[in-house]
Design a protein around this ligand. Structure first.
Ligand code: MGD
Ligand code: MGD
Ligand code: MO
Length: 752
């Protein structure tokens, strides 16, 4: 056979790249030439897609097939699988879905299926499964994301805007910051590694470029974080105890109020409830004054520093930014509310380069001066079941069907789930306290998973359908926001093993369940791809933008939409500032709510009517530190996306268990050497990790990134270094019910 070498550009969550295909095999990748700062995550792809951990054929758990009515559920995760031909496995799955639907109703099917899956707009895995379940009568869904669940609830109450809309369309852009901002106060930093990825792919990775310009312009960059590396170099690092930012911000607010360094006119005209908050702040409600000395005791940053910072930020154009990580913790609503309150006290909301911002650096695209544009989405259809759970309450849902719980002013009831269908997510990566999820996961009758790899979730399923990766099928790619590239994602290689597209799997299931026409609308994959593109082209035509036809996009491989030329420079809250009556916010008062009557009316002790410092169950000031003296933060992995491509990394010698950052002084006390395998543990579980000693983390804090494939040995210890063997699984509060991964104390032991 002739040796054929082809190069094609495609897109991925970690950016566009060039794939090199030799004799039908993807052998290597090259950076995309338009990307000024490409990352090296794509280099893992060739190894990962042909890895022995790919699911090669439809597989059904033996205990489920032979276990009678109970399905030997206790074996889930420790059982063997039987491979079956596609037709047989699809018949069995369809019969089971039909049995559950007929006996218990669609309200007993959980199709929330949270997860990032792959880039590509048509084959978006969660949309595929949800459209299928919709076509057969609906499913129990989810609210919010693991990324920003608490923010998605609190921000509409206080700023009257959908959080994701705020992120991409109403924040100061990088050029506006460069031009106007004098002080950039970054809570949780602006992480240079996290902006490597974006849902759907951030094509041009520009954040580090912007930061070097900020350094050149001598903008005061202040990183308030447990880790120095949470911000690019050039920032002053103020190490803070995790979970205590609200106390720190209150200390600053106290100083602003008592020294009269705040903008009272702004507070009067644009906000509601400051006077009530002030009573709390000054301790005039009978409580403790929240002065800088009080704050120092909690957050560990010196009162003097808090005072000087208060003066500094009141005297210069200041943008306060808050990473998403701060709300991924118990009471995660509070730092978001308090940061907004602080920005309001400075009176700079609505001024260019001032005010408040969230999630710069969390993913690529945030801060880019490019108008977000929609389109190119495979429609989900209308779900006939309205029931949902807050995304991170999955273990509670499985453990406590019928139980009542609070969420954002509602009293809700957990559904009784008999069947779970997951497609494009890895709950045994993303959820907290995985040992407990492992037990809760035994409750449903049946779990079906579509997955390219034998992940911890696939191993805990009853029916596993091998799914193709985005390199094995044709699609269109476009980032979630801040990007103006459209990619034709060609089918680069034939499906690996016997893998099929999710669309094929759901088309076949819908055929068996009588909803084929609803699910497919009579189109095959190719026809859907061109239909979605045609709709997109028509949509742009209406605003006078001519996109080339699909044939040309395929030929060229990628195009840009000329939105950059239309100069998008968001001026967040500027219209509101110019006329708060005509341009009122969509809050009950029309103003920024420092006190929310609505939230107060819910009567939650864990989320009052104004921002407050509430002691979390686990933090460096709690009694539990006697047993578990270290605070564990579990950030995103820098070398990949979540648990994706993990198999390629785990094969690298000494890459696993995952490195954990430990302060040099802590290591000295523990007599731990650099590179030593240690055990991290608490009452919820234990895992191994590889020590990496540094002075760039606050003493008492350790940092173990997420992403290792959860694998427990016969003694119950997770061996790859997965922090979710240890993390805390309670809702952020009754308001947001978001995940609280960062609220975790642990201890460390040497391994004998
Ligand atoms: N401790 C702790 N835990 C966390 C976090 C934290 O900060 N700390 N962060 C949380 C956050 S913000 C997030 S977003 C979550 C991420 O959690 P997830 O989004 O669940 O993680 P991924 O590893 O991206 O899972 C995607 C899965 O989809 C599969 N997949 C890819 N393409 C396809 C496809 O085309 N079809 C199908 N069927 N499957 C496909 C991949 O193989 C992978 O297993 O983790 C959360 N967990
Ligand atoms: N390379 C790569 N990039 C990613 C991802 C990935 O998997 N890999 N995942 C993407 C996803 S889904 C998301 S949601 C975003 C997440 O973006 P973020 O939520 O912003 O990022 P994290 O990495 O979870 O946390 C950033 C830092 O916050 C600090 N931190 C933790 N708790 C606290 C606290 O209480 N106070 C303060 N001040 N700092 C604290 C920790 O030191 C941590 O390193 O990242 C995205 N980017
Ligand atoms: Mo996320």
């Amino acid at each position: 056979m002739e040796n054929k070498r082809i190069k094609k550009i495609t897109s991925s969550h970690w950016g566009a790249f060039e794939a090199v295909i030799e004799n039908g095999k993807l052998v290597s990748t090259n950076p995309f030439k338009e990307d000024p700062n490409p990352n090296d995550i794509p280099e893992l792809i060739p190894k990962a897609i042909y890895h022995s951990s790919r699911v090669s054929r439809p597989s059904i758990r033996k205990g489920w097939l032979n276990g009678g009515a109970d399905r030997n559920r206790h074996l889930r995760g420790n059982d063997e699988f039987q491979e079956l031909p596609w037709d047989e496995a699809l018949d069995i799955a369809a019969q089971e879905i039909s049995r559950v639907k007929n006996n218990f109703g669609n309200g007993s099917i959980f199709g929330g299926s949270y997860g990032w899956s792959s880039a590509g707009k048509f084959h978006h895995a969660q949309t595929q499964v949800q459209r299928f379940l919709t076509s057969i009568g609906g499913f129990v869904s989810i609210f919010g994301s693991y990324s920003t669940a608490a923010a998605q609830v609190i921000i509409p109450h206080i700023l009257g805007i959908n959080f994701l809309n705020l992120i991409f369309n109403f924040q100061n852009s990088w050029p506006t910051i460069e031009e106007n901002t004098k002080t950039l106060l970054m809570f949780g930093g602006i992480n240079p590694n996290n902006s490597k990825v974006s849902m759907g792919g951030s094509t041009r990775h520009v954040n580090e470029g912007w930061f070097s310009r900020f350094v050149n312009k001598k903008i005061n960059l202040i990183n308030i974080s447990p880790q120095k590396a949470d911000s690019p170099s050039g920032a002053d690092w103020l190490p803070i105890k995790p979970g205590t930012d609200t106390a720190f911000m209150l200390g600053i607010a106290f100083e602003l109020e008592t020294l009269d360094l705040l903008d009272r006119e702004f507070l009067d005209k644009y906000t509601v409830g400051y006077e009530k908050f002030k009573l709390y702040l000054l301790g005039k409600d009978g409580g403790q004054p929240k002065n800088p000395e009080w704050a120092e005791n909690i957050c560990g940053i010196k009162a003097e520093k808090i005072k000087s910072l208060a003066r500094q930020i009141s005297q210069s154009r200041t943008l306060i930014t808050v990473a998403w990580s701060l709300q991924r913790a118990q009471n995660g609503e509070q730092p978001y509310w308090m940061a907004t309150t602080l920005a309001a006290m400075l009176g700079q909301i609505g001024l260019p380069g001032g005010g408040i911002g969230f999630g710069y650096g969390a993913i690529g695209g945030v801060g880019n001066p490019i108008k977000n544009f929609g389109g190119l989405a495979f429609p989900k259809g209308k779900n006939a079941i309205s029931d949902f759970i807050p995304v991170a309450r999955i273990a509670d849902m499985l453990n406590f069907p019928g139980n009542k719980y609070d969420f954002n002013g509602e009293r809700r009831v957990y559904p009784d789930i008999k069947l779970i269908y997951w497609c494009g997510g890895n709950p045994f990566h993303h959820h907290q306290d995985l040992n407990s999820l492992h037990d809760a996961w035994k409750k449903p009758d049946t779990i079906i998973v579509n997955e390219p790899w034998w992940t911890a979730t696939a191993k805990r399923a009853d029916i596993v359908f091998p799914a193709t990766t985005s390199y094995e099928r044709e699609d269109l790619g476009k980032a979630i926001g801040g990007d103006h590239y459209i990619f034709h994602m060609p089918k680069l290689i034939e499906p690996v093993g016997d893998a099929k597209n999710d669309y094929f799997i759901f088309s076949e299931l819908s055929k068996r369940l009588g909803s084929f026409q609803d699910f497919t609308e009579g189109r095959d994959d190719k026809e859907w791809v061109s239909h979605l593109y045609d709709e997109f082209k028509t949509f742009f035509k209406k605003s006078g933008i001519d996109c080339p036809g699909l044939a040309e996009v395929k030929e060229r491989n990628w195009i840009t939409i000329p939105v950059e030329g239309r100069k998008f420079s968001p001026k967040p809250f500027q219209e509101f500032r110019s006329d708060p009556v005509a341009n009122s916010l969509k809050t009950p008062s029309g103003l920024i709510e420092i006190f929310s009557e609505k939230i107060a009316s819910f009567g939650y002790s864990e989320c009052l009517g104004h921002p407050v410092w509430i002691e979390p169950d686990e933090w460096l000031g709690s009694k539990l530190t006697k047993k578990y003296p270290f605070h564990l933060v579990s950030p995103q992995p820098n070398d990949k996306l979540h648990s994706q491509l993990e198999c390629a990394i785990a094969d690298i010698p000494n890459a696993r268990p995952t490195p954990v950052l430990i302060n040099l002084k802590d290591a000295e006390v523990l007599k731990i050497e650099n590179g030593e395998i240690i055990k991290i543990y608490n009452s919820r579980g234990s895992c191994f990790a590889r020590s990496q000693l540094t002075d760039e983390i606050l003493q008492g804090v350790i940092s173990l990134p997420t992403g290792a494939w959860f694998e427990v040995n016969e003694h119950g210890t997770e061996i790859q270094g997965n922090p979710n063997a240890l993390t805390f699984d309670k809702g952020t509060s009754k308001l947001g019910q978001g995940p609280s991964a960062h609220t975790t104390l642990v201890n460390i032991s040497k391994i004998e």
